[in-house]
Design a protein around this ligand. Structure first.
Ligand SMILES: CC(C)(COP(=O)([O-])OP(=O)([O-])OC[C@H]1O[C@@H](n2cnc3c(N)ncnc32)[C@H](O)[C@@H]1OP(=O)([O-])[O-])[C@@H](O)C(=O)NCCC(=O)NCCSC(=O)C[C@@](C)(O)CC(=O)[O-]
Ligand SMILES: NC(=O)C1=CN([C@@H]2O[C@H](COP(=O)(O)OP(=O)(O)OC[C@H]3O[C@@H](n4cnc5c(N)ncnc54)[C@H](OP(=O)(O)O)[C@@H]3O)[C@@H](O)[C@H]2O)C=CC1
Length: 403
């Protein structure tokens, strides 16, 4: 019997395990069986969680033990005019969030950017990293490993690239601490965010290192990568895409549309985003770039834990000949348009709104375009929030739209 109730009974009786139901029924039935089990054990209703709008099978490489889907509302801001290295023209920005006032804020920023003639965005550096950690006997061996890695880059590149059609090893940077050696591998992963790709490729290179040197691999990830943790190395060296967006806004537009002045925004940016962040020892010298990064990550199927790195952003604001110049530079924005969650039906539609679904031509251009769109969305959000703070209407806006 493979109906959901029978499957749930068989799990209760210890005949089947919760995670192996897909071997006995289609993915939707397996998810329904799990809901029945969880509902009976917890007393919770999972009616809404079970009311999802895609075949459960489409999520088979995205989740295990699936019971349904959490639905986050999605909206659009814009369209916003972007002059990018890989994205060009008017684009609606897809954002998924539960924070009332966020879309209104980004929308206002987009509308002001349009009135100023559009924003410029460029990816300035690109490369996904993986840094395995090796054990050696002492510092003499550490030095020998570091020298070997420097002299044998081509050998490591050949081994790594054997595992992928798209990935290219760009460089390997060694770091040694006593008898621990870290080799930070950096790859061009084209349109993939690349964490699976670079982990597989680096593991192949590590095998060669163990064969050719005295070093022992302790772990393919030694945290100097650094993935999904706050880390200065990403803020300084970059990880994924390092992307910048800017705009110059005439004074009249700042006064009419943002209810403040270029001077007030520039002062606020210095005291809040620069001095305040420095005093807090924050990596994020910005107001709420993470808001836009998180919302666009959810809407386009990115790995949501990497919002940690996406918050490594600096916002600048200055008065130029009476007008306002604002920029946002995100050091480590880890995005892809193929692989991972980008394949899911709703997320893939989110990418479609930006015209960046799947692989780009040339390879890598779609992920660059996505990074540039996120940077412009962040710029719009910064502009609007800084204006709301400068004109003292942040709390009233949230009281009106978010409660
Ligand atoms: C809320 C506004 C935009 C009002 O701003 P306003 O200027 O009073 O609004 P308006 O009614 O005059 O409309 C201006 C434009 O805003 C947009 N707009 C206006 N309303 C909507 C709406 N309902 N839906 C969609 N778009 C909307 C729209 O573009 C509109 O132009 P139009 O299209 O009409 O020509 C403004 O007060 C604002 O941006 N406030 C800031 C809110 C914000 O950024 N919240 C998120 C961040 S807060 C947080 O999470 C982080 C924090 C604060 O803790 C970080 C930190 O420490 O700094
Ligand atoms: N393994 C880990 O340690 C971690 C994994 N993750 C997860 O990894 C996933 C993302 O990894 P990622 O490697 O991006 O995705 P996938 O593992 O889904 O692999 C994407 C693959 O798509 C192929 N591909 C097809 N067209 C292109 C193109 N135009 N550009 C680039 N690649 C293309 C590549 O194959 P080929 O290589 O053959 O060329 C590439 O390896 C996410 O689900 C994330 O949550 C996140 C953090 C850590």
């Amino acid at each position: 019997m493979t109906d959901a109730a029978s499957l749930a009974d068989r799990v209760r009786e210890g005949e089947l395990r919760l995670h192996e139901l897909e071997a006995h029924a289609d993915a939707d039935t397996a998810a329904e069986a799990r809901r029945l089990l969880v509902e009976s054990q917890s007393g919770a209703s999972l009616d809404s969680v079970g009311n999802y709008g895609f075949p459960a099978e489409a999520a088979d490489t995205a989740i295990e033990n699936m019971v349904g889907a959490i639905q986050v509302p999605m909206g659009v801001a814009g369209p916003v005019e972007i002059d990018g290295g890989s994205v060009d023209g008017e684009k609606y920005l897809p954002l998924a969030t539960t924070e009332g006032a966020l879309l209104a804020s980004v929308n206002r920023g987009c509308s002001v950017i349009n009135s100023a003639g559009g924003a410029t965005a460029r990816v300035l550096k690109s490369g996904m990293t993986r840094a395995p950690v090796f054990r050696v006997d002492d510092v003499a061996e550490a030095e020998a490993l570091v020298s070997w890695a420097r002299e044998n880059f081509q050998t490591l590149k050949d081994a790594a690239e054997e595992t992928t059609n798209h990935g290219e090893l760009l460089d390997v940077t060694p770091y040694a601490v006593g008898n621990s050696v870290f080799l930070r591998f950096r790859y061009d992963t084209k349109d993939a965010m690349g964490m699976n790709m670079v982990t597989i490729a680096t593991e192949a290179a590590c095998q060669v290192i163990e064969e050719e040197t005295t070093a022992s691999l302790v772990a393919v990830s030694g945290n100097l990568c650094t993935d999904k943790k706050p880390a200065a190395i990403n803020a300084v060296e970059g990880r994924g895409r390092s992307v910048t967006a800017d705009v110059r806004i005439p004074r009249e537009i700042v006064e009419d549309r943002l209810h403040t002045t270029p001077e007030a925004i520039a002062e606020l940016n210095t005291r809040k985003n620069l001095i305040g962040s420095a005093k807090a020892a924050s990596f994020g010298f910005n107001a709420h770039v993470a808001n836009v990064v998180a919302a666009m990550f959810l809407a386009t199927g990115q790995d949501e834990a990497q919002v940690v790195e996406g918050a490594n952003a600096i916002t600048t604001a200055e008065v130029q000949d009476g007008d306002l110049y604002v920029s946002v530079s995100i050091a480590s924005l880890e995005v892809g348009t193929v692989g991972g969650g980008t394949k899911l039906p709703t997320q893939s539609e989110g990418l479609g709104i930006l015209g960046v679904r799947g692989g780009g031509d040339p390879a890598g251009s779609n992920a660059d375009a996505l990074a540039e769109a996120i940077a412009v969305g962040s710029l719009a959000g910064e502009l609007s929030l800084l204006s709301a703070l400068a004109s003292r209407n942040l709390s009233s806006a949230h009281a009106e739209l978010g409660r």
